[in-house]
Design a protein around this ligand. Structure first.
Ligand SMILES: [Ca+2]
Length: 254
């Protein structure tokens, strides 16, 4: 099975080749400058993901490829990283959809990370959101469970140093993060060291909402100029199935 082969790692070379082949085939959209578009989760690109913990690549009923980060059992952690490293000193944009479901209420949420710890990186369960302890990282969390340091059970936050107990910035979306699919768009301006995070409901006619507009240096936070990007998630005493899909990355490779 592809995902279990991935879990053992060692496919970096073929992953890079598949991305380059995609670019040559004209799959790259206008990226600006020297950027290439990676589509790590579109058809055939599971090879470009490193999966850890409970994370697996599956298909939904519509045959779309989905990164299932947690499967709905207790105290799970999962992570999925692009095996192609990204230049964190350059501007990039990434968009993904997430569906956090199958609990009542559900926990704990997901996070998008830029990190310098490597493609096996995986952190703590529960309120750790799968990234607690990944010290060389900048996380944007989508947190659906209120732990003691959290403002509520439906918030975004920028977190440095793999410590979800300390939020650099928080925001509360108008939409529920749990129970209904949403789309997130992250835009990093490397010159300004600015990260903007937008969220919108996938319901027809819904508008995108700018939630985080934060000064942060991704390369400094990740402790490297070329790092990995991807997702973590966790469950605890409360559980959920937590899926990410339609992930596109518009970033220069390192
Ligand atoms: Ca939490």
């Amino acid at each position: 099975m592809r995902s279990s082969r991935l879990a053992r790692g060692g496919l970096l070379a073929s992953a890079l080749l598949s991305i380059l082949a995609a670019a040559q085939a004209g799959d790259a959209s206008a990226a600006g400058g020297d950027g290439q578009t990676l589509r790590p989760i579109d058809a055939g690109y599971a090879e470009s993901l490193a999966l850890n913990g409970t994370a697996a690549v599956t298909s939904d009923r519509g045959e779309n490829r989905v990164i299932e980060l947690t499967t709905g059992s207790y105290k799970q952690t999962g992570s999925a990283w692009s095996t192609a490293k990204v230049d964190l000193t350059a501007s990039f944009e990434t968009t993904f959809k997430a569906y956090l479901h199958h609990g009542k209420p559900g926990a704990d949420g997901i996070a998008f990370l830029a990190q310098g710890a490597g493609e096996r990186a995986l952190g703590g369960w529960g309120g750790g959101l799968g990234y607690r302890g990944i010290r060389k990282s900048v996380a944007v969390e989508f947190d659906t469970y209120q732990n003691t340091p959290d403002p509520d059970s439906n918030h975004l936050a920028v977190v440095l140093g793999g410590n979800p107990d300390r939020h650099t910035a928080t925001a509360e979306p108008a939409i529920p993060l749990f129970g209904k699919p949403f789309q997130a768009r992250l835009r990093y301006d490397a010159e300004a060291h600015n990260l903007k995070v937008y969220v919108r409901s996938l319901s027809a006619g819904s508008d995108e909402e700018l939630l985080l507009d934060q000064k942060v240096d991704l390369a400094a936070g990740a402790g490297t100029e070329s790092g990995w990007i991807g997702f973590t998630a966790s469950t605890g005493e409360v559980t959920a199935r937590q899926d990410v899909y339609d992930w596109t990355v518009d970033a220069p490779l390192a």
